[in-house]
Design a protein around this ligand. Structure first.
Ligand SMILES: [Zn+2]
Length: 214
């Protein structure tokens, strides 16, 4: 652990985002060992509408809390820790023959407000691990309502036509990355626009997936 990190922890002591216990200044991880020990991570490989989905956790309980803490409390250090877990769990062998890692974008207003794109943090860890380029090919054209607040049938409508590509593709195989797969409306919409603009094979990678698929 670097001296810089220890000094940073001294000045900005951290609490465990789950049990709220103070963490030691020497803690290398952004949550306590007890809480970490209770979390279940494994290599999930699902097929959603003929598309492969790789993920490492179920979106429920403490995992859901951690994702919220990362996104809405803007805990980037926690996000990077979750991204490390993701790349340590998913089967990287199966992602070797891809060309690009593409994050699901935020609308520019949302990006400005949050200061970072959570999907990009996951995507950048995947791209480094696989030695592939991460490319911001997709643009989110307009702001949408938070998908979590909508019923399944409204989620599709909410994201319809929301993405465009910066430029046409030439058969590149793409790893499309988002933080969470819930109904898949966002990822499937992005899949459609990438495919109609020349993408080759596409798979999804998300940190979390639902405990049951709709
Ligand atoms: Zn804890």
């Amino acid at each position: 652990m670097s001296i810089f990190k220890i000094i940073l922890n001294l000045f900005y002591p951290r609490r465990c985002p789950l049990c709220k216990m103070w963490l030691s200044v020497l803690s290398e991880i952004p949550l306590c060992k007890d809480c970490l020990g209770k979390l279940e991570f494994k290599s999930y490989e699902d097929v959603v509408g003929r598309i492969k989905l790789y993920s490492c956790s179920k979106y429920e309980g403490e995992i859901r809390e951690l994702v919220h803490e990362f996104k809405y409390e803007k805990d980037i250090e926690l996000g990077k820790f979750l991204a490390k877990i993701l790349v340590s769990k998913i089967d990287l062998e199966k992602l070797k023959n891809f060309d690009l890692v593409v994050p699901i974008p935020l609308h520019k207003n949302k990006l400005e407000e949050r200061g970072f794109n959570q999907s990009e943090i996951f995507a950048s860890f995947i791209s480094k691990k696989l030695n592939l380029r991460m490319k911001r090919i997709l643009i989110k054209k307009f702001e949408t309502l938070p998908q979590a607040e909508l019923k399944k049938e409204d989620r599709l409508k909410n994201v319809k036509g929301v993405f465009e590509v910066r430029k046409k593709l030439n058969g590149e195989n793409i790893i499309l990355v988002d933080d969470v797969y819930t109904t898949g409306a966002t990822l499937k919409e992005a899949f459609k626009i990438l495919k109609s603009n020349g993408a080759g094979r596409i798979v999804f990678v998300t940190f979390s997936r639902p405990s049951t698929f709709y």
